[in-house]
Design a protein around this ligand. Structure first.
Ligand SMILES: Cc1cc2nc3c(=O)[nH]c(=O)nc-3n(C[C@H](O)[C@H](O)[C@H](O)COP(=O)(O)OP(=O)(O)OC[C@H]3O[C@@H](n4cnc5c(N)ncnc54)[C@H](O)[C@@H]3O)c2cc1C
Length: 400
């Protein structure tokens, strides 16, 4: 419980990859002490949503290299791996991509060693009032006061549901989205026709994790499979592309650069191999087509009409259609924009300073910082890029 009259130095909204990493950096670099920071998140533990969505798609190896994680020292995950006796494969080429198990175990170790769980305040920030150097964060049960706020809310609120799917859900179809925090594999029948909708890495991982047993998996992709080990060229993590990007003044232009730079709807080389194997075993069939409509014929029986004129039946539909393109963050962000006339671009995303400050003492990271940080902003490395900018902007004497 925060003492009534006391104010925090930092309140971080969101205890995911970005929020946890930034808290770790503020502590590690002496800009705050444990009593100065709180991470507000509805989860029962830090990184809960990350653990949930990555296990929902049954991700085995990360897409990012072993130096991308929530620890302060880029080499700490590798050092950690050397200390654990493991039977299974810990890294996948290229770039020593860690297994999810290793990444999460290392995250637990970082959280423990830096006592980050002590900072976790379980709650949901409903709205924020700012003014005269202090922000009040209302969580319904409590109000926290802080001199600085970091919005690290990720994209949990915005899995993308195509219109036909929204209609089918209302009609009672057995349909769910794999990135939904409430997604549950237990409602997927053990046998029958399971349609996984999507053409990217989450769709293929989900299709492979559901295949086998009595199920017949149909992977319904809007495009032929595309392959790339990166979801954005590594040049976007450093000066190679960012120096030119930082000279672009128009955020409309920045948005189009970001769109062109992200390799959405691509899969990594090992998933390509695994998918081919699964197709050979006739456990999974790839359809390149799009859904026009979906009718509920009976309980757990839907009929999808496809753009090609084909029809296909499904006992269960799993959407792996990624997140909405619109600005995430929901009501909390909308009310901040309205109440304080915060700058947003035509795409709806925040226009901030290079220090990611949206207004005095209000910072953004992750998806919300994309226009400033660039195509890698949402990723794990995006947290490091954001921390570098935010910490660099803080007055040195602020160190706790
Ligand atoms: C399946 C999947 C696999 C991925 N794999 C990789 C990978 O291999 N490498 C990589 O670099 N990136 C990867 N990413 C991208 C990215 O790193 C992750 O999405 C990461 O979780 C983003 O961190 P975040 O902190 O922005 O969001 P999250 O980790 O989702 O955390 C946001 C947190 O904010 C909380 N929150 C939201 N609103 C509020 C509020 N109002 N009040 C309080 N709390 C709130 C949410 O509950 C959530 O816990 C992956 C993404 C997905 C979906």
């Amino acid at each position: 419980m925060q003492a009534k009259d006391s104010s925090l130095e930092w309140a971080i909204i969101g205890g995911g990859i970005h929020g946890t990493y930034l808290a770790n950096m503020l502590l590690t670099h002496g800009y705050a002490s444990h009593s100065d920071i709180r991470i507000i998140d509805p989860g029962t533990r830090l990184l809960q949503n990350w653990r949930k969505v990555t296990s929902s798609v049954d991700m085995q190896f990360l897409r990012s290299p072993g130096v991308h994680h929530i620890g302060a020292d880029p080499l700490s995950l590798k050092d950690f791996a050397q200390k654990i006796a493991a039977q299974e494969k810990l890294f996948m080429s290229p770039n020593d991509r860690p297994s999810l198990k290793l990444f999460n175990a290392h995250s637990d170790d970082v959280i423990l060693k830096n006592r980050l769980a002590e900072l976790h305040w379980q709650g949901f920030a409903l709205n924020i009032e700012t003014g005269s150097g202090l922000s009040r964060i209302h969580t319904g049960s409590e109000t926290l006061k802080a001199r600085n706020v970091i919005l690290a809310t990720g994209q949990t609120d915005s899995p993308f549901w195509p219109e036909w799917a929204q209609k089918a859900r209302i009609e009672g179809a057995n349909i769910q989205h794999v990135l939904d925090p409430l997604f549950s594999k237990t409602t997927i029948p053990d046998s029958g026709e399971i349609v996984v909708v999507g053409g990217g890495i989450s769709a293929v991982q989900t299709a492979l994790s559901l295949s086998g047993g009595g199920r017949n998996i149909k992977l319904l992709s809007p495009h032929p499979m595309r392959y790339n080990n990166y979801d954005a060229d590594p040049g976007w993590m450093g000066p190679k592309y960012l120096s030119g990007y930082s000279r672009i003044r128009s955020s409309r232009k920045r948005r189009s650069v970001i769109r062109a730079a992200r390799n959405t709807g691509t899969i990594t080389h090992e998933l390509r191999h695994e998918l081919a194997q699964s197709q050979k075993r006739k456990e999974c069939t790839l359809f390149v087509d799009q859904t026009e409509s979906c009718s509920v014929m009976a309980d757990n029986l839907m009929l999808l009409r496809l753009l090609s004129g084909e029809k296909t039946g499904a006992n269960c539909i799993v959407l792996a259609t990624g997140y909405k393109k619109e600005r995430p963050g929901g009501f909390l962000i909308d009310q901040l924009i309205d109440r304080y006339s915060l700058q947003i671009s035509a795409c709806g995303y925040p226009e901030t300073g290079s220090d990611l400050q949206w207004q005095d003492g209000l910072f953004v990271t992750g998806a919300l910082a994309e226009l400033e940080v660039g195509p890698a902003s949402r990723n794990i490395i995006g947290a490091r890029m954001a921390a570098n900018r935010i910490l660099k902007s803080l007055p040195k004497q602020a160190a706790a």
